[in-house]
Design a protein around this ligand. Structure first.
Ligand SMILES: [Fe+2]
Length: 238
């Protein structure tokens, strides 16, 4: 059971690991402290705020099952733990505690920035980092075909190094099945080697489940985004 009590208006993206659970990626030969140290994972505290909500007042708990919500009403607040033991718990990581991987000669694939994995999706976090400095190194994402995953990117802040026409707060969905690469202007900037670092902060969700688009309110979708891919890369032309 969990409850979020924000102290200010908050916009959240909720990703449920259905039929699965959130796991940390295998860090391989980098070791378990790579990317972020597990010690930086923040866990809930049984503090004064937690205790203040307890009491003999009617409390409704929503249970999601088979895609539907059912309500269980308790005559008291069941969030009444006085202690806990184990490692199954909510965790929180701040992107500032992530130490991104990079190489001056080898362009790392997005999977090198994996934060969490579940059975059918992966969450990657792109943090500010130097761009490859070797003259022969690839400095933009490679062209690729996402056959298995729909790609969702949320842009939190900074200038995103592989895309144009993107601003903080925007989200893009690239459905699987078509070849793509860096945006034309981003490709040209990368090819010139004009930038030595990227200040982007973005979160990517690659999902094996196809993304179902809800009907969006008017003005939410940037309908010109699809056309922003049409321009020829200047660096190739010149
Ligand atoms: Fe992609």
């Amino acid at each position: 059971m969990w409850r979020i009590v924000p102290t200010a208006p908050t916009t959240l993206l909720l990703l449920e690991a259905t039929e699965s659970s959130y796991q940390l990626p295998d860090k391989g030969m980098l070791g378990p402290q790579a990317i972020f140290d597990p010690a930086m994972l923040d866990t809930p505290r049984l503090d004064d705020a937690f205790r203040a909500q307890q009491g003999e007042h009617e409390t409704k708990v929503l249970v999601k099952r088979r895609g539907r919500l059912a309500a269980i009403t308790y005559p008291f607040n069941p969030l009444d733990a006085v202690g806990w033991h184990g490692d199954l718990c909510a965790v929180r990581i701040n992107w500032r505690d992530i130490r991104p991987l990079m190489s001056h000669r080898y362009h790392l694939p997005p999977s090198a920035h994996t934060t969490f994995v579940a059975k059918n999706f992966v969450v990657c976090t792109f943090c500010p980092r130097p761009i490859e400095s070797d003259p022969g190194a690839l400095k933009v994402p490679f062209f690729h075909n996402n056959d298995d995953y729909d790609e969702i990117l949320f842009y939190h802040r900074g200038e995103f190094f592989s895309r144009d026409n993107i601003h903080p707060g925007m989200m893009t969905v690239h459905p699987c099945g078509f070849t793509h690469g860096p945006h034309p202007k981003a490709f040209a900037t990368g090819a010139k080697g004009a930038r030595t670092e990227t200040d982007e902060v973005a979160v990517m969700i690659d999902t094996r489940y196809p993304v179902e688009m809800a009907k969006l309110p008017d003005g939410v979708e940037f309908t010109g985004y699809v056309d922003s891919w049409k321009k020829k890369p200047e660096a190739v032309a010149g």
